[in-house]
Write a protein that binds this ligand. Sequence first.
Ligand code: IPE
Ligand code: IPE
Ligand code: MG
Ligand code: MG
Ligand code: MG
Length: 294
Amino acid sequence: MTRVQARTEATLERLLPSPSIAPQRLHQAMRYAVLGGGKRIRPLLAFAAGEAAAGDPQRADPARLEVLACALECVHAYSLVHDDLPCMDDDVLRRGKPACHVEYDEATALLVGDSLQSFAFQLLSEHRVSEDPSVQVEMLKILAVACGSRGMAGGQAIDLASVGQTLTVPELEYMHIHKTGALIRASVALGARSTGTPVPAQLERLDHYAKCVGLAFQVVDDVLDQESSTATLGKTVGKDAANNKPTYVSALGLTRAKALAEELRRDAHDALSALGGAARRLADLADFIVLRKF
Ligand code: IPE
Ligand code: IPE
Ligand code: MG
Ligand code: MG
Ligand code: MG
């Protein structure tokens, strides 16, 4: 994990526009939002899926995976910058630092999000991320769909429309698999396609795994919002209750929400069972996602 995290950080540092290039303040704020923080779960999933699809870690292509890792983190960091804005969750702390709109200003935070999103697509189009150009176009589409109105942004719209409401468990699941699950699913899908030629049955198993860990990730995020501390998470705890958001914790209570995350962890492991030793890192990441404390 440390190796992939360091690699992602170094590549982001190198590829993001220099803070000395105009418009300097925007570039500084983009770097502020992306660099030096976060668990880098989406890059970790992309690297692990690349290894699983290649069948052997030695055969995965780290240069391609690095670019995917950066594109995924740029989209993710953009989603966090916008998520914290006063018109969304109105949060002032992110990754242990003032949120982007607090450190800079709201208009800059808006433009940081816009710029990071398009930078992700710039990266995926100017670097080779697959052997096959038609697969590369398919990969661009996977990311586009995952972050748009049928993916992350759509999930965020549902989240905002649900404030003050009681959602059923299927409705919560729908919200979570979009706002958080979609980008996690794309991380696995892109990692797997960057390397070798995965067969459809293999891609299906990986996708099933990704759906399980994507939902589990947000269930655990809901639990940590209730149970953890601001110092440990680096973001304000108790925010969901304060903002009147329906979550798995408000719907099921802590014990059943945790049991669901466990169930999803088992399903994720089952989905990997036919993939052999090359999927070991994905299995470890399912454990990390469910058992994490931050
Ligand atoms: C937080 O994501 C927002 C959600 C989608 C739940 P992460 O927990 O991956 O945040 P970082 O990147 O580690 O800060
Ligand atoms: C965020 O969900 C999902 C995103 C797409 C950013 P949350 O609003 O629960 O994320 P945190 O808790 O602020 O990180
Ligand atoms: Mg939110
Ligand atoms: Mg939030
Ligand atoms: Mg949360």
